[in-house]
Design a binder for this molecule. Sequence first.
Ligand code: KPL
Length: 319
Amino acid sequence: MNIHILGAGSLGLLYAAKLAAAGNDITLWCRGAQQAERIGTEGISLDNTAGERTLVQPDRIKAYPLSAFAARGGAEGADVLFLMLKQQGIEDMAKQVLLPFGHAKRRLICFQNGTGHMELLNRYLPAWELYAAITTEGAKRTGPASVLHAGHGTTTIGRLPQAEGSSGQEQEDEAEIELVKQLNRAGFESFLSKEMEEMIYRKLLMNAVINPLTALWRVRNGELLASPQRVAIMRALYDEGMAVYKAGNIPCGSHLWEQIEQVCRSTSDNTSSMLKDVLEGRTTEAAWINGSIVRMGRRYRVATPHHELILQLIEGMTI
Ligand code: KPL
């Protein structure tokens, strides 16, 4: 398949390397020219936790800076594009890079935490077919052209009702099935889902509980469960989020609290994405995570003082 990946952070590098190694035609769009040049000359070095290294040769991956997107035809010929930038970069990217192609037909898979970006992308790119993706793969960028596959997870992809455009498509089409096949061949356990809304809201509350607390206390995911005081604050954020979901009739399945605890255990050594942002001095995704819960709370008239305070504390960390 011809796959274009927008964003060469940890997940972008991981998916690019493994999909290219499995024989797909990969184009990786990097933020900076230097990183693109480096990948263009060295390829990508992929490590796993068993200490094995795979070098994906430069002739297997094309890498360009995002600034060259229009000049290079705006991903014409791509079967699918993966959007692997964080929430903070989405609006600028949509306006500055993708907007001229808003009326072309492209299939875009969005891998972001939080909510709000799908609606925004739909406004800028009305003809594009937008998919949400939830991944639990663990990846750590170890350099501009190197990445560690830190833990195996799953990748679930599906369309959202409000982002389905005019086609009203019910059936999975061949390209969707082929994409999932290629992801599985590359070593990503992947699925198509028609329950993306529920998955998104489950992941949203999970991220709203885990990410800001790891960032504020500067601890790994597993350390959140280390004291009853920490668990009590997690629980307060969780209960508030659940009250919002209940008031808004938001689908979120069952046993979410147990799943949050389980994710803390299964990713116990991981540095959450928000802690990474804070440690690297970047703004965080809190506005799209805890901020989403606060905005939904206002809509459904449920008070969210814990999420509001957490949002202020996180936003006060990077000024
Ligand atoms: O999705 C995550 C993130 O860090 O953004 C979790 C589930 C917390 C794993 O680290």
